[in-house]
Design a protein around this ligand. Structure first.
Ligand SMILES: [Ca+2]
Ligand SMILES: [Ca+2]
Ligand SMILES: [Ca+2]
Length: 569
């Protein structure tokens, strides 16, 4: 609570204030002479105060202006950045769109190629037997219980009173017993293999993965063994009519039959059933192995005409390409010299002529010899291309255009090594998968560096199976060259493997006979050669003949019956 001052206290305070005022007045009066100085001083002080305030305000203004400028600069920078990034973005988007367009075209092309390759493989023609007879097939053993008539006969027996034997009513329970004695164990039917899906795959020698395959048929009993030639499949599941198996992707390329063996030892075979293609990556190339053609001056044993001229056929189905599409034949190491080739003495002096033939004879031709203006770009490269030609220039035979390439040694004594490819591009080896390359005779090589393994695929027509005479159902696979006996000739049919030592040392043709069993026809066999461990080069020729010595086609890819017997001539 505030205290109220007393009268004495208030009087004293007023006196004190008055005393101060008097003192001040006296003080000011004593300084009267300097009043202007005081006023000027006060004005100076005021000016100083204003000046300080002005400077302060100016600084604040500057700061505000700078902040605004900075903000605008940031905004301008951001706008510029946005504009440039928009330009970049637009450029990138157009680039991406272009790439996407290219990629889409590539994917579309590869998809079409894949479709072309896979579709024929996937067409599982459902056998009429399986679809119509599935129900009758199972019951045949169980549904025909002959005891059934005994059931119908007992009721008829009761109304006939003539059969007075009173024992008949007591026999009424017997019908239930009658079937039991008749349950004789039916002999199980052997498995039947009707189809597989898919029917083909691409192998990858380095892969550890597996391809799933469904086997379709009848009378499968758990757990069967399933094999493709000598390759065992892993069984994942079994029903009466289906088996799911997996096959290793590392399986060798070739045509295969498929065998199912039930636990009771009975087996069923479908052959040929399955085809394995070599892996060519995303673009499907049609390339030959390394081939060899000697100069016309080749010395013994290479003075044989078969060493000096190679004839190769290309077969393009009319459905593969359009008539106007261009085709190219690309050749690896077309010249003779430098890398890849083999100097047989006196330096490289061999000239080789490459000619493509169609329906009107030679379409294009080129001689490549020591005088040919060879640039170093040809050596060991796919850089030589025979001029483009159109599909319609081929010889049309039953829905296929045929082109022939001949490679002839004109002069010199050297071995020209080369590879050939049919392509619809000058710069890459690309072709639809159903185009085929074959010859009736190949001259090739085994060489540890360039070609340690050689695979060729002779086609065995249907007519070679089940013939009467021993010479009628025999494949005569003839080989020549083969100087080093350590090599092995290796033959695989769809059902078995055979091996034959290469014993010929004189460079002449030497036939090896292989009987053709049922199920081994209508498909290519695989003829393989393994190079010796030493770094030697061996030159080999292959030709195949069948019935009455008719020459057979030897393909560069495995295939299953797509040809009629009349085609294989
Ligand atoms: Ca060369
Ligand atoms: Ca020479
Ligand atoms: Ca060459």
């Amino acid at each position: 609570m505030a205290r109220i001052p007393t009268l004495e206290q208030a009087t004293a305070a007023i006196r004190r204030v008055l005393g101060w005022l008097v003192t001040c007045y006296e003080w000011v009066r004593s300084w009267r002479w300097s009043l202007p100085v005081v006023i000027v001083g006060l004005m100076l002080i005021l000016m100083l105060v204003f000046l300080v305030l002005f400077i302060q305000a100016r600084e604040d203004l500057d700061k505000a202006v700078r902040a605004k400028v900075d903000t605008e600069a940031t905004m301008i920078g951001a706008i510029e950045q946005a504009e440039t990034s928009e330009v970049d973005c637009t450029e990138k988007m157009s680039t991406v769109a272009a790439r996407q367009g290219t990629r889409t075209a590539e994917l579309k092309a590869s998809l079409e190629a894949c479709t072309a390759m896979v579709e024929p493989c996937l067409t599982v023609s459902p056998p009429a037997v399986r679809l119509t007879d599935t129900s009758p097939l199972l019951p045949t053993s169980t549904v025909t219980p002959t005891p059934m008539p005994t059931l119908t006969s007992t009721p008829t027996a009761s109304p006939t009173p003539t059969a007075t034997p009173t024992s008949t009513p007591t026999s009424t329970p017997t019908p239930t017993d009658t079937p039991t004695p008749r349950t004789e164990t039916p002999t199980p039917l052997p498995p039947t293999v009707l189809d597989v899906a898919p029917k083909c795959m691409t192998c990858d020698p380095n892969s550890t993965e597996r391809q799933a395959v469904v086997v379709i048929g009848d009378n499968f009993v758990a757990t069967p063994t399933v094999s493709l030639c000598n390759v065992a499949a892993v069984v994942l599941g079994v029903t009466d009519e289906f088996i799911t198996v997996t096959i290793p992707l590392s399986i060798a390329a070739g045509s295969y039959g498929l065998t199912v063996t039930n636990p009771d030892g009975q087996s069923g075979v479908l052959s040929p059933a399955f085809i394995v293609h070599e892996s060519y990556g995303i673009t499907i190339a049609l390339e030959s192995p390394y081939l060899v053609t000697f100069g016309a001056g080749g010395t013994e044993p290479y003075n044989d005409r078969r060493y000096q001229k190679q004839e190769i056929f290309f077969e393009v189905p009319t459905t593969s390409l359009s008539n106007g599409d261009s085709l190219f034949i690309n050749i690896l190491d077309a010249e003779t010299g430098g890398k890849v080739d083999d100097d047989q003495g006196d330096g490289y002096d061999t000239t080789t002529r490459y000619t493509v033939y169609g329906k009107a004879g030679a379409i294009t031709s080129a001689d490549i010899g020591p005088g040919f203006p060879i640039t170093d770009s040809l050596d060991d490269k796919w850089n030589f291309t025979l001029d483009s030609f159109s599909l319609a220039q081929g010889e049309l035979v039953e829905g296929r255009y045929i082109f022939t390439l001949t490679v002839e040694g004109l002069g010199g004594n050297d071995a020209n090594w080369y590879r050939v490819a049919l392509s619809n591009s000058r710069y890459t080896n690309t072709i639809p998968s159903d185009v085929q390359m074959y010859a009736y005779s190949w001259v090739s090589l085994v060489n540890k560096t360039y070609q340690p393994y050689l695979y060729l695929y002779p086609y065995i027509p249907e007519s070679l199976a089940g013939a009467v005479g021993p010479s009628d159902n025999t494949l005569w696979l003839q080989s020549f060259g083969c100087e080093y006996a350590v090599e092995y000739l290796w033959i695989r049919t769809p059902l078995r493997e055979m091996r034959a030592s290469c014993l010929v040392t004189d460079g002449r043709f030497w036939p090896t006979y292989f009987p053709v069993d049922e199920g081994e026809e209508g498909a290519t066999w695989t003829a393989g050669l393994i190079a010796p461990a030493v770094a030697k080069t061996d030159y080999l020729g292959f030709s195949a003949a069948g019935e009455r010595d008719v020459p057979l086609r030897i393909y560069t890819r495995p295939m299953i019956a797509t040809l009629s017997d009349t085609d294989v001539r």
